[in-house]
Design a protein around this ligand. Structure first.
Ligand code: UDP
Length: 477
């Protein structure tokens, strides 16, 4: 029998490409030939890691599919979600992804891999794979908790029973009593109308059941009840293999995830080395969310009033970076010994893993959340869009390793966050100093240890990884 060959096809967004690359590396390290499928302008995000994996003696490659930007009404060169400059372009981007089915089928026909792990946003990949008798696994990129909560909201629609947008309702039938408001739900769940995106979400959910199963970037000990609920009650076949970011052990691997960092990693480590244990808060909102100038100004004022040391990652549009009207006058001068602003892309895992970092202001994207958990830091949660309000509940009410900054409303990607300097300053202090902060951090450190064990030989995630590889090998025969 030849080597097992698996395709990995992530959505062209960093929050999907980064964990998918880690998953592909994990499979490769278990002797599987792993091939990343992506579009030409995204190749460089994978290239170095693929080369390093090959140097270690494992087999990994990349195959490209042309991205039909122009045919979908997108500017040429727009091949990843973070390059979308206005929210109006989002439907075009999704339209372009649906056009990837035919070229994917051509590659499947030519190469005939044994399995394809395709992103949740590509529900049609199940049908494409079936044409060649190949099993398709779905990768969502989020927590078991969010998968369960969103499915129950879709099935039972409790938000239709409330009389106002801010009246809390219970998410039905979950192991915990979790309340949300309509304002915190993604647009497609809240809206009564049948949009293209709402139809896509239904297909995504259906493809969980129609596919061979689901790969989840989480670990059993973190969300045991939801891992069980997803399998036993919602009847999904799922393999949890995370936290996948833990496969990055060397400085180089941790520093080079996603884009090229806007700060030299050694400079960054040197700065952190000069700080005391748990004395720095890291503030970052992922790869997509962007705040407008007035919200950034509030963040700056909030951080300053908290008196805490910080690393703050600020992402702005390309043309906006030149103008610094979002910074209070003299802020950087006053903060020069206290804080570091990274304009652009930060080596996030490297920073979170440093012992000087004790807290994290996060938008609750699942990768960031899990990276924070793996680093054992307490969190101030500030969800913006997607399923981030669900992840906030997991962090603050179930795991109890964080507190909410107080964002109340689901927003589109570019946003005035609606959070005041007082809320920010208070949340930063609560996460960094005092008994409550210490208790949250202690709990977070326990999860950090559990995460490490889960991915070691004999751990729950490693065992699930071995199981799925074994099953795919048997499926082939
Ligand atoms: N990330 C990073 N540097 C940055 C911003 C983000 O390395 O400056 C990484 C982060 O470590 C995570 C991913 O990008 O792996 C973001 O994924 P997440 O699910 O947290 O949020 P999204 O970008 O999808 O909103």
């Amino acid at each position: 029998m030849g080597q097992l060959h698996v395709f990995f096809f992530p959505m062209m967004a960093h929050g999907h490409m980064i964990p998918t690359l880690d998953i592909a590396k994990l499979f490769a390290a278990r002797g599987v030939k792993s091939t990343i499928i992506t579009t030409p302008l995204n190749v460089h995000y994978f290239q170095k890691s693929v080369e390093r994996t090959n140097q270690l003696g494992f087999e990994m490659g990349i195959k490209t599919i042309k991205f039909p930007a122009a045919a979908a009404g997108l500017p040429e060169g727009c091949e990843s979600v973070d390059q979308i400059t206005s929210d109006d372009m989002i439907p075009n981007f999704f339209k372009a992804t649906t056009m990837l089915q035919d070229p994917l089928e051509r590659i499947l026909d030519e190469v005939r891999p044994d399995c394809i792990v395709a992103d949740m946003f590509f529900p049609w990949a199940t049908e494409a794979a079936a044409k060649f008798g190949i099993p398709r696994l779905v990768f969502h990129g989020t927590s078991f908790f969010a998968l369960c909560a969103s499915e129950n909201l879709r099935l039972y629609k409790p938000h239709r029973e409330v009389s106002s947008d801010d009246e809390p309702f219970l998410v039905p039938d979950l192991p915990h009593q979790i309340k949300l408001t309509k304002m915190q739900l993604p647009q497609h769940e809240r809206s009564e109308s049948e949009t293209d995106f709402a139809r896509l979400v239904v297909r995504m959910k259906e493809s969980e059941l129609l596919s061979y199963g689901v790969i989840v970037n989480s670990f059993y000990e973190l969300e045991t009840e939801y891992a069980d609920y997803y399998r036993d009650v919602l009847k999904r076949r799922a393999w949890h293999i995370g936290p996948v970011s833990l496969c990055n052990r060397e400085i180089e691997d941790k520093a080079q995830r996603g884009k090229e960092a806007s700060i030299d990693e050694h400079e960054c480590l040197k700065w952190l080395d000069s700080k005391k244990l748990n004395s720095v808060i890291y503030i970052c909102f992922g790869s997509v969310a962007k705040f407008d100038a007035s919200q950034l100004y509030e963040i700056a004022m909030g951080i300053e009033s908290s008196g805490q040391q910080f690393i703050w990652v600020v992402r702005r549009g390309e043309n906006e970076n030149a103008s610094e009207e979002w910074l209070p006058a003299g802020f950087e001068e006053r903060m020069k010994d206290k804080g570091l602003i990274i304009r652009g892309w930060a080596p996030q895992v490297l920073i979170l893993d440093h012992e000087a970092v004790g807290g994290f202001v996060t938008h609750c994207g699942w990768n960031s959340t899990l990276e924070g958990i793996s680093a054992g830091v307490s969190m101030a949660t500030w969800p913006v869009f997607a399923e981030q309000f669900y992840n906030e509940k997991l962090v603050t009410e179930i795991l109890r390793i964080g507190i909410s900054v107080g964002a109340l409303k689901w927003k589109t990607r570019t946003t005035s966050g609606g959070v005041t300097r007082e809320q920010i300053g208070k949340a930063v202090r609560r996460v960094m100093v005092g008994k409550e902060a210490e208790e949250m951090r202690n709990r977070a450190k326990e999860f950090k240890e559990m995460a490490k064990k889960a991915v070691e030989e004999g751990g729950s995630s490693r065992t699930n990884l071995n199981d799925i590889i074994h099953e795919l090998s048997s499926y082939r025969t």
